[in-house]
Design a protein around this ligand. Structure first.
Ligand code: ADP
Ligand code: TRP
Length: 319
């Protein structure tokens, strides 16, 4: 079995990325063959400053390694090191109905936000389908927001297979229901584009500011509260032990905890949870050559796999 996923280098990683996706990358690399990459071609839909793109790409590689991607178990690489993926994108594009892409919610939302509708943004799911299909992936660990893109990938693969013969395996999204949508500091889905994130790797005072900024209602300490409907508690439950989460949930129900204290507990638990990752991140930052080596080795391996699938698709379609 193969697990594959990609993440755009469009900004610093937040706890929604970690619990919704990256933690599953790490879990799946234990049992399966993991292929994980930095989707820097996709990031071109939003980042147009070359230096920023380079910097974010290397930073994200460090983030992923610090969060537990193990180069001895999984293949970590940059999307742009695999030119085969863009060639496959064209073959897939040729059989992709416009309507399939027009229905994509991620695209529609971006356009509704006023982001210019470039062709790259529209065709984004076709490049993503090539990313997934070119490695014969079985499982694609992602958050709920990417479910539709994996379904589109299956549709495109089916269309290609029906047209040219069985070339592609049909992948499945791997989404854990409890963390499918991690809420941000304002109660909406945590996302870089909403400015409601809690970043994993940042200075303690900034982390404190983000945690203290989590929105709550203004009910007093002694009023019993439902922990499940509180943003502070839902974040706390991700980073605290089961026992501590249960204790705090009881105190919510008993009217024995105020939001100030709950936020202080959340800050402490987030800090503690990611302490080993932050330590590892600092070591990696001091050794960028090691990180580049990992990416180069990963690219070599990924490229050999990609070549085989591309050759199959080319032969099947008349090249
Ligand atoms: P963002 O929305 O912040 O730009 P990305 O699009 O870079 O995040 O997402 C990278 C991965 O993290 C994807 O698999 C995505 O589904 C997952 N993810 C992002 N935000 C969340 C969230 N709030 N809850 C669960 N998973 C998420
Ligand atoms: N579209 C994904 C996101 O925004 C990133 C991505 C690109 C991806 N290619 C992929 C995810 C392939 C899974 C598989 O998060």
């Amino acid at each position: 079995m193969r697990s594959l996923s990609g993440i755009q280098p469009s900004g610093a990683v937040h706890i929604g990325n970690y619990f919704g996706a990256v933690r599953q990358y790490v879990e799946l690399q234990e049992k399966h063959e993991g292929f994980y990459f930095i989707a820097n071609y996709h990031a071109l839909t939003s980042i147009r400053d070359p230096e920023t793109l380079r910097e974010y790409t290397l930073n994200l590689a460090m983030d992923l390694l610090a969060l537990g991607i193990d180069p001895d178990r999984a293949t970590l690489f940059m999307q742009s090191d695999i030119p085969e993926v863009t060639e496959l994108t064209w073959l897939l594009s040729s059989v992709t109905p416009m309507g399939l892409l027009e229905r994509c919610v991620a695209y529609k939302e971006k356009v509704a936000e006023g982001i210019p509708a470039d062709h790259g943004l529209f065709a984004y799911p076709v490049l993503q389908a090539a990313d997934i299909l070119i490695y014969d992936s079985d499982l694609v660990p992602v958050g709920q927001d990417q479910k539709q893109h994996v379904e589109v990938t299956r549709d495109i693969a089916t269309k290609f297979n029906n047209t040219f013969g069985e070339v592609f395996k049909l992948p499945e999204a791997y989404i854990l229901s409890t963390v499918a949508v991690v809420t941000g500091t304002d109660g909406r889905k945590m996302s870089k584009s909403y400015g409601n994130t809690i970043l994993i790797f940042q200075e303690p005072d900034q982390l404190k500011r983000q945690v203290m900024g989590v929105k709550t209602d203004s009910r007093p300490i002694d009023e019993p509260k439902d922990p499940e409907s509180c943003n502070v508690y839902s974040l706390y439950a991700l980073v605290a032990s089961d026992e501590d989460s249960e204790t705090v949930a009881e105190r919510y129900r008993a009217g024995d905890i105020g939001y100030g204290e709950a936020k202080a507990l959340l800050l402490e638990a987030v800090t503690e949870y990611f302490a080993p990752h932050r330590e590892r991140r600092a070591e990696l930052e001091a050794d960028p050559d090691y990180v580049r080596d990992v990416l180069n080795t990963g690219a070599e391996h990924a490229r050999a796999e990609a070549r085989k699938t591309l050759d199959r698709a080319r032969a099947a379609s008349g090249f």
